[in-house]
Ligand binder design. Structure first.
Ligand code: CYC
Length: 162
């Protein structure tokens, strides 16, 4: 029954395409006794999501040198890429809170590799961008004196795309 509540809270924020808000985070942490550290990290990531994604792009994709035919050549592809990275960040945050990699399998990875392959989206570049986002996120978390296991969930996404 408790798991159902967790799943339904995540599903309802997911439907809205949103990170879990403060009130719901507090409720979840109370009901599931999620440790305060995790809840603080989830709020920190939520509040810095746009910056995290942009820094990850700067660190990986935008950083490719000009002789390399870069993966993100048009503003439309750039926008899709930013959006996808935000998906990865948001879903990894849900999975971290729930301590459940299955959320990533069911809601993100299911069919994704095939979609990317059919659209010609580079899996290697995507994995690099996710790894860069992991570094940016962990740097931010550490700079706030916290720690968390979100890296584990980013790695799971990368494994699923490899
Ligand atoms: C496209 N990314 C897509 C598409 C899907 C996703 C379904 C095709 C449909 C569309 O454009 O919306 C991914 N959709 C998702 C995910 C969810 C979802 C994960 C959550 C469940 O609903 N291109 C690069 C970079 C990378 C990238 C390496 C960013 C890291 O070179 C992403 N994704 C990218 C691009 C497209 C795309 C460029 C557009 C491809 C195209 O239309 O040509």
């Amino acid at each position: 029954m408790m798991e159902d509540t967790m799943t339904s809270v995540i599903a309802s924020f997911d439907l809205q395409g949103k990170y879990i808000d403060t009130e719901a985070l507090q409720k979840l942490s109370h009901v599931f006794q999620i440790d305060d550290g995790k809840v603080r990290v989830a709020a920190l990531i939520r509040d810095h999501a746009a910056t995290i994604v942009k820094e990850a792009v700067a660190k990986s994709l935008a950083g490719s040198n000009s002789s390399h035919s870069g993966p993100v050549q048009t503003s439309q592809r750039y926008a899709a890429c930013i959006r996808d990275l935000d998906f990865y960040l948001r879903y990894s945050t849900y999975a971290m809170l729930a301590s459940d990699k299955g959320i990533l399998d069911e809601r993100v990875l299911n069919g994704l590799k095939e979609t990317y392959l059919s659209l010609g989206v580079s899996l290697t570049a995507t994995v690099e961008a996710i790894q860069a986002m992991k570094e940016v996120t962990l740097d931010l978390v550490e700079s706030e004196g916290s720690s968390c296991d979100i890296g584990h969930y980013f790695d799971h996404l990368c494994a699923g795309l490899s």
